[in-house]
Ligand binder design. Structure first.
Ligand SMILES: *Cc1c(COP(=O)(O)O)cnc(C)c1O
Length: 360
């Protein structure tokens, strides 16, 4: 099989060994004579997969199961936008508005209670990360979006939330870099950007924070329902969790988050250096270098017509896919998640050079 150069923002590229192991397990898991999709989620075999995936996830993040729960839930990151405030917004909550996803989280919090947008980068179409953000000392929690998939920005340095619990939507840069993950009371990430396929959302929640959960939260929307049942209150997304587990093994085999980050820096620098050197033709949308995402890299050409031509030629000539920017902003976006190989980025830069010479 010849792989496409896949720059999809999500569902996104997965490591080849993960796909191959999954292909086998879909037919016959570990010589059980059953597909991984055909087993009871409460069977000994599947339970081992599930628990190992939870443990490996914490190990990669440098967190302990004494202090954190790991949940694998349905409903996408989008359901977490609502679950978070339903469980933890008592008086008021602070949010930083750094893009469409952050705004969606804010919208759901407003269903529940007082929601303060303490900082926003909407004045410049979200092309930067607000600095020196101050949170209300009596807020129930502070919520950020660590990487802004559509605009190509990320929090390089996490904000200081003081004594307020810090919560994050990490969907599009989860496990892309080492961080002090213990600073976060709750992390959630839709798997389909960086750790697996669509259909499962990973939630990491600090046990001491969970104690603050409100009473009277409807059953399926309550984190405690899921932590009490070790994420098997109802049938979990069995196959997606298996694939997340294989991706964790792959991350560990790469050398963990330090090695993953080094590779991500190499790929992103290749693209950013090229964009910066040819800014008369390719206009990177994030000029603040420290705010640049390592995962989603965005730029414009002089006209939408030229952008469309770029996307079309990249596909036709080299099978480079999904380079079109998000429909809300247009332009070009290359998503270069963990599993995107360096040679894909090298090929993209080579094509960009060719395209520039032909169209300047
Ligand atoms: C993709 C994305 C989401 C939405 O995830 P779903 O799983 O589709 O609900 C939320 N937040 C961020 C930052 C994203 O990139």
């Amino acid at each position: 099989m010849k792989r496409a150069y896949n720059f999809s923002a999500g569902p996104a590229i997965l490591p080849i060994p993960v796909l191959e192991e999954t292909a086998k397990a879909v037919v016959d898991y570990n010589n059980t004579g059953m597909s991984i999709m055909e087993m009871s989620h409460r069977s000994k075999e599947y339970d081992a997969v599930f628990v190992e995936t939870q443990n490996d996830g914490l190990k990669i993040l440098g967190l302990s199961s004494d202090e954190y729960h790991v949940l694998f839930l349905g409903g996408g990151a989008s359901l977490q936008f609502l679950m978070v405030p339903m469980n933890f917004l008592n008086k008021k909550a602070d949010y930083v508005s750094t893009g469409v996803w952050a705004k969606k989280a804010i919208k759901e919090a407003k269903w529940v209670g007082e929601t303060n947008v303490v900082a926003s980068s909407e004045d410049k179409n979200f092309n930067y990360i607000p600095k020196d953000v101050k949170f209300n000392p009596d807020a129930d929690y502070a919520h950020i979006t660590t990487n802004n998939t559509i605009y190509g920005t990320r929090w390089n340095k996490m904000p200081d939330a003081g004594n307020i619990p810090l919560l994050a939507d990490m969907s599009s840069d989860f496990m892309s870099r080492p961080l002090d993950y213990s600073k976060f009371s709750l992390i959630y990430a839709g798997a389909q950007k960086n750790i697996g396929p669509a259909g499962v959302t990973m939630v990491v929640i600090k046990k001491s924070f969970l104690e603050k959960q409100k009473e009277n939260v409807p059953t399926m929307l309550s984190y405690k329902t899921h932590t009490d049942a070790n994420s098997m209150f109802n049938t979990p997304p069995c196959l997606p969790v298996y694939i997340v587990g294989r991706t964790f093994k792959w991350i560990m085999a790469q050398g963990g988050l330090e090695a993953i980050e080094q590779n991500n820096i190499k790929k992103a620098n290749l693209l950013y250096d090229y964009l910066d050197a040819h800014s008369d033709f390719y206009k990177g949308t994030v000029t603040n270098k420290e705010d640049r995402s390592l995962m989603n890299i965005t730029w414009n050409l002089n006209t939408p017509e030229l952008e469309a031509k770029f996307v079309e030629e990249a596909k036709k000539k080299y099978n480079m896919t999904n380079l079109k920017g998000h429909r809300s902003v247009g332009g070009i976006r290359a998503s270069v998640y963990n599993a995107c190989p360096l040679d894909a980025v090298e090929a993209l830069v080579k094509f960009m050079d060719e395209f520039m010479k032909d169209n300047k």
